[in-house]
Every structure is written in structure tokens, then in C-alpha cells.
Ligand binder design. Structure first.
Ligand SMILES: Cc1cc2nc3c(=O)[nH]c(=O)nc-3n(C[C@H](O)[C@H](O)[C@H](O)COP(=O)(O)OP(=O)(O)OC[C@H]3O[C@@H](n4cnc5c(N)ncnc54)[C@H](O)[C@@H]3O)c2cc1C
Length: 550
């Protein structure tokens, strides 16, 4: 049943755009194409950076590349685009992905509707007119019916408040704010703070250049080999001729990859059988060990321990110094409950003479940044360059930073002070006509993101088309539907091992951030989530309320 309220008489106000999109990465670019070219809406995009690309515009650190296989880390909505673009490697580097997104921008004539170097600082819903007012740091103030956030899940950089950072006399760089002309590490003593997925990519590259590298580790990571390289031309050709099949499979899959769990408990296997499977996945590289392992990996500590032990042995057999190896072995959380880093010679790098590991638990945590370096565990490590690889205020950070105010002036950041509250990760009660692409409580970062991005963009496009066809002025999630969704997301997460780990999925990397599982681990995977969203739309947008043209 469609819940429609007849709209109260609204004041008329000048409408600058039908829709405003915030962000010009994978999400914002496709959203613009979709609304402008399919629905013929008047749309503008505000983007803080000077170009398209989002993640791939900002993250230019050495070794930056995707961890999803290139043939699926791309748009799949256009068959010609799929056929004409050729990736050079299994996991292309940042500059190649950026070139791809530039190509898309050109192909679909996107830039003429993107306003670069403009950061949105305030987004306010005016109940008198049912319009959103969007303001930027450059003084723009424009009105639109719909606001779509395409601000990314990993775009608000996190620099922990290190004491003394400002006193450092050398250079320091966050990996997501990397200088466009690169950084020369030769002859330099370098520190990398952090050992997450970014650092795991950067450390081997920096170690090759730098005179000396000191790695400051808070929590060790289970890394698995990427096995990057050129893709066999026969394989690439076969994929191109079967893109319809690829598209269907990734859409219906668990995580947006052509990977599926082994439908069996690891506890029901013999040591030989599982060793063989683990070796197969290890040799294949990529996310297989994480996302296509035995089905109880994320649910049973006993099962998880078996897989974790396999990976611990790999670390011990790679790192020559047993003391260093022990520091690099995760011991405090189950495998797979943090973002899986893919590595190329990461553990091997700690065998190099010019590389030193400083581990927070055994050597002491970072106490302060000094003019000459970093002090940890009472000892000063002199360095010339500090690379801050401490990640992001994930998922909620970019949205909280937008200054969103909904009905009655209620502030999104305030509503979310105890954790995000959304319906489907797509909409928020009290914030009509606001859509959040890959918002918290959607599969987002637990998937190959282009798959989730395309699904959200297409759902939002269909929803807006429906509203215009049916003369609905606003759509808004109901508080009841939202509460049920929030409870469902938490319930599913609580049934896994994920919530016991201090990860950025839980907001644990940011001091003071509430501990909530931020993405949605749909029990039926991204395919199941897609189906659920589609069914809600088919039922006339169940859980939403519309207002009609008065
Ligand atoms: C180093 C790294 C590697 C990754 N590798 C993978 C991978 O292998 N596979 C995968 O699936 N995902 C990966 N991701 C996740 C990646 O973010 C997504 O795949 C994808 O790029 C997200 O696209 P997006 O457009 O939603 O967001 P983004 O690419 O983050 O773009 C958001 C844009 O919004 C802009 N913006 C934010 N706030 C404002 C504001 N207030 N005003 C104006 N503009 C604003 C930002 O400047 C940015 O350009 C990776 C992320 C990182 C950081």
C-alpha cells in the first residue's frame, strides 16, 4: 500500500536544479549521467576536488591500486564502454583507474555539469517550499528538489590527534591527500604510521626507495597475496564476450565478486582437504581466502581459528626474524573481521635491512611527534618524512561533514551521535528527498563497490522517475521502517564475529566514535539486498511516505 499524504500548500521558490549531487567519483558520475541523460533532469554536481575520480583522484600514494579485479572494478551499465576499455593489469594502479574515470567523464559529457573545487558545507531542507538549499565553501547557495550524496564511504581522512604533529620539521603526508607531483623518498628516513590496506600497499614501494623506513604498527593485519600481473589475453577476451553473464553473476553474488563461499563448514573437513583448498586460494591471490572460504569463516571462532592458523604459518615462514614475525602476527581478533589487505611483498619487506617495525604492544605506542621524528615507547625515531596511513572516518564521516539539516532543523550529525540510522542505507527519516549512495547500513564497503554503487544509482533513478510520474513531491523513510532496518542490520552483524573486533567497520579507529557496525552484511549477500530494495519499490516504496502535489 502506498502511503501518500496530500501536500500542504507550499510556498513557491526559485528552483535552481531538479537535483544536486555531492561528489564526483564512481557514484556521482553515474548518478549525474543517470538523472540527466535518462530522466532529462536539470542536475549539478559539487565536487571538492579539482577533477573527477573521487578515491582515485585523492589517493596517489606509492602502490595505490584497487584490490577488486579490474574487469569488475568498473561500470557495467554500458556495453560499449565495457568493450572499448582495456585494463592493463589484474589490479590497475591509481593513475589507470583515474584515466578510466576521466574517459567515462568525457564519453558521457559529464564535466559540463560538475562544479569542481567546491566543497558542500551546508545542506538544509526548507519545509515551507519542500526544497533543499545547498551551500558551498565558495559561496554558492542553490535550491533543488532532490539531494543525492555521492561523497564516498572512505573520503573523510582520519589524522589521529598526535601530540606535537605541528612541531615536526620534516614533511608529513596523509595517503589520501597525496601531492600530485609525488614524493621523492630517495636518501630519506621515512616513517609510515599505520598497517591497514593502504599501508600494506605503500610500505613495500617506499622501502625500495627510502634510505630507511620505520613502520609504526598499532594492530597487525592478516595480509594475503594479491598476485597482480597482466591478465592472460585469452581470459580477458573470454570475459569481454561474456559480460552479460559476468554482470548477472556479480549482481546476484554475495559480495559483488565472482566468488562464493564453499558451502561447507571447515570443521567438517580433514586437515589435508582444507589445506589443499587454502593453498588453492592462496595461489589464486586476491580476496578468495576472505570471501570464498568455508561458509563458517565469519560465524564460528573455532572455524575461523583454523583459517587464521594457516595464515599465521605463512607469516612465520616468510619473515626471517622470529621476533619480528611474532609482532606481525594478529593475535587479538578473528581473521577477516578487518578489511582484508592484499599484499605484494609486504611481509618480505620486513626482511630488508633498511626496514624497522615498531609495534605498539611490544615496543610501545606512539607518544608524540617531535621536531625530528616520532617518539614511541620512550624512544625517539628520527625521520625526514612521515607518511600518515591512518585511513578514514569511514561511512558516517563524509555525511556528518555535510552539515545536513532536515525537518525542523534537525541535524543529521546530531541524530547520528549514537550511530547512523537509515532505511536501507539509502534514506533517512526526517530528511525527505535525500538519498545516500552506499550510505551506512547498506552493503557498500563489504562489497565490490561499483556493483553496490550501480544498484543504488539505478534504484534512486527509478524512485525519482516514479515520483515524477505520480506527481509526488517528497519521499521520506518512516521512523518505524528505519528503526526496524537499524535493528535488523545490528542483529545480523551481532550474529557474526565482526562486531567483536576493533575495526573501522565498527568505527573503532576514531576516538569517541560510537561502536556500531557501519555496513550491512546481508544474509543473502548483495544479490539479496538488491532484491529486497527492488521488492520495496515494487510494493509502492514500502516503508516510505510520500507527499503529493497540493
Ligand atoms: C585506497 C583505496 C582503495 C580502494 N580499493 C577498492 C577496491 O579495490 N574495491 C572496491 O570495491 N572499493 C575500493 N575502495 C573503495 C572506493 O572508495 C570505492 O570503490 C569507490 O571509489 C567509491 O566511489 P564513490 O564515488 O562512492 O566515492 P569516492 O570515490 O570516495 O568519491 C567521493 C567524492 O565526494 C567528494 N566529496 C566528499 N565530501 C564532499 C563535500 N562536502 N563537498 C563536495 N565534494 C565532496 C570527494 O572529494 C570525492 O571526490 C578503495 C578505497 C580506497 C581509499
Amino acid at each position: 500500500m502506498v502511503n501518500v499524504q496530500s501536500g500542504a500548500q507550499k510556498e513557491s521558490a526559485k528552483l535552481d536544479f531538479d537535483a544536486i549531487i555531492i561528489g564526483a567519483g564512481f557514484s556521482g558520475m553515474y548518478m549525474l549521467h543517470s538523472l540527466r541523460d535518462k530522466l532529462a533532469l536539470k542536475v549539478t554536481v559539487f565536487e571538492a576536488g579539482n577533477n573527477v575520480g573521487g578515491t582515485w583522484y585523492w589517493n596517489r600514494y606509492p602502490g595505490a591500486r584497487c584490490d577488486s579485479d579490474s574487469y569488475i572494478y568498473c561500470y557495467t551499465f554500458d556495453n560499449h564502454l565495457l568493450q572499448e576499455w582495456n585494463w592493463s593489469e589484474r589490479y590497475p594502479e591509481q593513475d589507470e583507474i583515474l584515466r578510466y574515470l576521466e574517459h567515462c567523464a568525457e564519453r558521457f559529457h559529464l564535466k559540463r555539469d560538475i562544479q569542481f573545487a567546491k566543497r558542500v558545507v551546508e545542506v538544509t531542507f526548507d519545509e515551507a517550499t519542500d526544497l533543499w538549499m545547498v551551500r558551498t565553501d565558495k559561496g554558492d547557495a542553490v535550491r533543488a528538489n532532490y539531494v543525492i550524496t555521492a561523497v564516498g564511504s572512505l573520503s573523510a581522512t582520519n589524522v589521529p590527534p598526535f601530540k606535537g604533529l605541528g612541531s615536526f620539521r620534516g614533511k608529513s603526508y596523509h595517503t589520501a591527500q597525496w601531492p600530485h607531483d609525488g614524493v621523492d623518498f630517495t636518501t630519506k628516513r621515512v616513517a609510515v604510521i599505520g598497517t591497514g590496506a593502504t599501508a600494506v600497499q605503500a610500505i613495500p614501494e617506499i622501502a625500495q626507495q627510502a634510505k630507511h623506513l620505520t613502520v609504526f604498527q598499532r594492530t597487525p593485519n592478516f595480509c594475503v597475496p594479491a598476485r597482480n600481473g597482466r591478465v592472460d589475453p585469452g581470459v580477458a577476451k573470454a570475459r569481454k564476450s561474456d559480460y552479460d553473464g559476468v554482470r548477472e553473476r556479480i549482481k546476484k553474488s554475495f559480495f559483488g565478486f565472482e566468488l562464493n563461499f564453499i558451502p561447507k563448514s571447515v570443521l567438517d573437513t580433514t586437515p589435508e582437504e582444507r589445506e589443499q583448498e587454502f593453498d588453492r586460494m592462496w595461489d589464486a591471490g586476491g580476496f578468495a581466502l576472505w570471501l570464498a572460504n568455508y561458509q563458517d569463516l565469519f560465524f564460528s571462532k573455532e572455524a575461523n581459528d583454523i583459517i587464521a592458523d594457516y595464515l599465521k604459518c605463512k607469516i612465520r615462514s616468510t619473515v626471517h626474524d622470529p621476533v619480528v614475525a611474532e609482532k606481525l602476527i594478529p593475535k587479538t581478533y578473528p581473521y577477516g573481521t578487518k578489511r582484508q589487505p592484499l599484499d605484494t611483498n609486504y611481509f618480505e619487506t620486513f626482511n630488508k635491512k633498511n626496514v624497522l617495525l615498531v609495534d605498539a604492544s611490544t615496543d610501545g605506542p606512539i607518544e608524540e611527534i617531535t621536531p625530528n621524528g616520532i617518539r614511541a615507547g620512550g624512544k625517539e625515531y628520527p625521520v625526514d618524512i612521515i607518511v600518515i596511513a591512518t585511513g578514514f572516518d569511514a561511512m558516517t564521516g563524509p555525511l556528518n561533514n555535510l552539515g545536513i539539516k532536515g525537518r525542523g532543523g534537525r541535524e543529521l550529525a546530531q541524530d547520528w551521535r549514537d550511530g547512523p540510522q537509515t532505511y536501507l542505507g539509502l534514506a533517512v527519516a526526517g530528511f525527505p528527498n535525500l538519498f545516500t549512495i552506499t550510505g551506512p547500513q547498506s552493503p557498500s564497503v563489504l562489497s565490490n563497490m561499483p556493483v553496490s554503487i550501480e544498484q543504488h544509482v539505478e534504484w534512486i533513478t527509478d524512485c525519482i522517475a516514479y515520483m515524477r510520474r505520480n506527481k509526488r513531491t517528497t519521499i521520506e523513510a518512516t521512523a518505524q521502517a528505519q528503526d526496524a532496518w537499524v535493528a535488523h542490520v545490528a542483529e545480523v552483524a551481532n550474529g557474526t564475529l565482526m562486531t567483536g573486533t576493533d575495526s573501522w567497520y565498527m568505527g573503532a579507529n576514531i576516538a569517541g566514535k560510537p561502536r556500531r557496525f557501519l555496513p550491512y552484511l546481508c544474509p543473502e549477500g548483495v544479490g539479496g539486498y538488491r532484491k529486497k530494495c527492488a521488492e520495496i519499490a515494487e510494493k509502492g516504496y514500502e516503508g516510505f511516505v510520500f507527499a503529493n502535489v497540493a
